[in-house]
Design a protein around this ligand. Sequence first.
Ligand SMILES: [Zn+2]
Length: 151
Amino acid sequence: MPFEIDFADPRIGFASAHFIIGHDKCGRMHGHNYFLKVKIIGKLDEQHMVLDYGIIKEELRKLTKPLAHKVLIPSKAEGLLIEEIEDSIEITTCDKRYLIPKEDVILIPTPATTAEEMAKYFHNKLKKLWPQFKIRVSVEETPGSSAIYFE
Ligand SMILES: [Zn+2]
C-alpha cells in the first residue's frame, strides 16, 4: 500500500530574478523568494519510511543552491537569443536586450521560467533521482501563488 509524505521546509527556498517574455507586467525583470514543496508517494522501506526527510532536504538544497541570487534564463524559450560575450551573457527577447555578467545568470532548460515550468523542471530532476516514487512538486513564487507539477 502506498504512503504519501510531504516536505515543506521554509528554509528550502531561493531568491532569484526572472522575467516572462512578452508578458505585460512580468516581462520586466523582477525577483521572487521561491519556496519549494514536495510530496512523495511510494511504498515503505525496511525502516518503515517512504523516504528520509533528511535526504529530501539535502537533495532540494543541492537543486536550489545553484539558482540562488541569480537571473533565471529559460534557454529553450522561443524567440530568445542567448549569446556569450566575454564575461557576460547577452539576452535578446522580442522587445528587450539584457547584458548580464555570466556568473549572475543560470540557464534553465525550459521554455519559460514561470512557476509552472519551474515546478516541472524540479520534478524532472527529482524523478531522475527517485524513479520509484510518484512525485508532486510545488513552486511558490509569492505567498499564496504556487504551481504544481505531478505525474
Ligand atoms: Zn515573476
